[in-house]
Design a protein around this ligand. Structure first.
Ligand code: AVJ
Length: 322
């Protein structure tokens, strides 16, 4: 629609943000979907931290266990004076395990979409590691971004824990690994956390916790749309749903409309049928082999891999060809 027609219909212009464009496109699509990266506003980042403490949510604690046990081995793989670049740094909890044993790390570049969290965590890390150069970058790491010039001459190491790569569709996961390889450079190392395929009951309860924290995390996306995009979602009309899709090897999260209703977002009307869902997240699970096939196909070679005794999670070290 052109500008005149829009003014005539008193339809407000779409705010010029990626969030507004992505939300309107996702809610206009069939089936409806929203990108999971928008979970992480300030409230969402806090809720995710609560999820990591839940008894049912095994990934964080399992990965922390692997990193703690293997940190010295990981540290030995890193080149001297490396800049460690973390994609989606969140609470900085995992990098501290590496920093404690890896004097080779000269600079740390946390990249995160949540600027509030990034600022707070950077201040604390600088206090705790006064000799480390901490150079935060507020960015959506799924899009190209610039590394701080101060690390241009240092060898780069990538750090991508948390199985965040599971949020990408397989094709996007491969594109991300390629893009990371180009950005980190030839000969660089990537330390990446992968959540492994496992018993469906374990997966379902990790995303459908008894305390309802994951439900709050999922619904917070609607609160954010209400606040930032003049949305009119009534949260009581939507329920959280999560299940493991065996064929596609992914946990899917949805928000299900409890009744037939309409909402507006940025002045646009969106209709829901009873039981219609918004697909808000996919969390892909890999086997060690399926992940290595993806990594090899994206230019990376396996260097080392570590797992927990139950085989729930894998931390992989990859190397980019020279
Ligand atoms: C941050 C993407 C790894 O998929 O397990 C946790 C996000 N969603 N509970 C995951 C999440 C619901 C999490 N990642």
């Amino acid at each position: 629609m052109n500008v005149q027609a829009r003014i005539a219909r008193r339809e407000p212009a779409i705010p010029d943000t990626q969030f507004a464009r992505d939300v309107l496109a996702g809610l206009a699509a069939r089936p409806k979907r929203l990108p999971p990266k928008y979970f992480y506003d300030e409230a969402g980042s806090r809720l995710f931290e609560q999820i990591t403490e839940l008894p049912e949510y095994y990934p964080t604690r399992t990965e922390l266990g692997i990193l703690t046990a293997r940190a010295p081995e990981i540290a030995r793989l890193l080149p001297a004076d490396t800049a460690l670049i973390e994609f989606g740094s969140g609470s900085f909890r995992k990098v501290r395990i590496l920093l404690d044993v890896a004097p080779a790390i000269a600079a740390y570049v946390p990249v995160d979409i949540s600027s509030e969290m990034l600022g707070e965590e950077t201040a604390e890390l600088r206090r705790d590691y006064p000799r480390l150069a901490v150079l935060p970058v507020t960015a959506d790491f799924t899009q190209p971004f610039r590394l701080p010039p101060a690390v241009a001459r240092l060898p780069h190491t990538g750090f991508f824990p948390g199985s965040t790569i599971g949020n990408f569709e397989p094709h996007d996961a491969s594109a991300f690994l390629r893009h990371a390889g180009r950005m980190l450079g030839a000969g660089s190392i990537l330390i990446i956390g992968i959540d492994l395929v496992k018993d469906t009951k374990v997966l379902n309860s990790a995303y459908e916790d008894a305390a309802g924290v994951t439900a709050k995390f999922n619904l917070n996306l609607l609160t954010r749309i209400n606040r930032e995009l003049e949305g009119t979602f009534e949260l009581e009309n939507f329920s959280h749903q999560a299940f493991y899709n065996t064929e596609r090897r992914r946990v899917e999260m949805h928000l299900v409309s409890r009744k037939r209703l309409s909402v507006t977002v940025c002045g646009r009307r969106i209709d829901f049928r009873v039981g219609e869902t918004i697909h808000t997240e996919s969390s892909y699970k890999y086997t060690v082999d399926s992940f290595l096939a993806l990594a090899r196909g994206s230019g990376w070679s396996p260097l080392a891999a570590w797992s927990d005794p139950q085989g729930y999670f894998s931390v992989q070290a990859l190397k980019m060809a020279r």
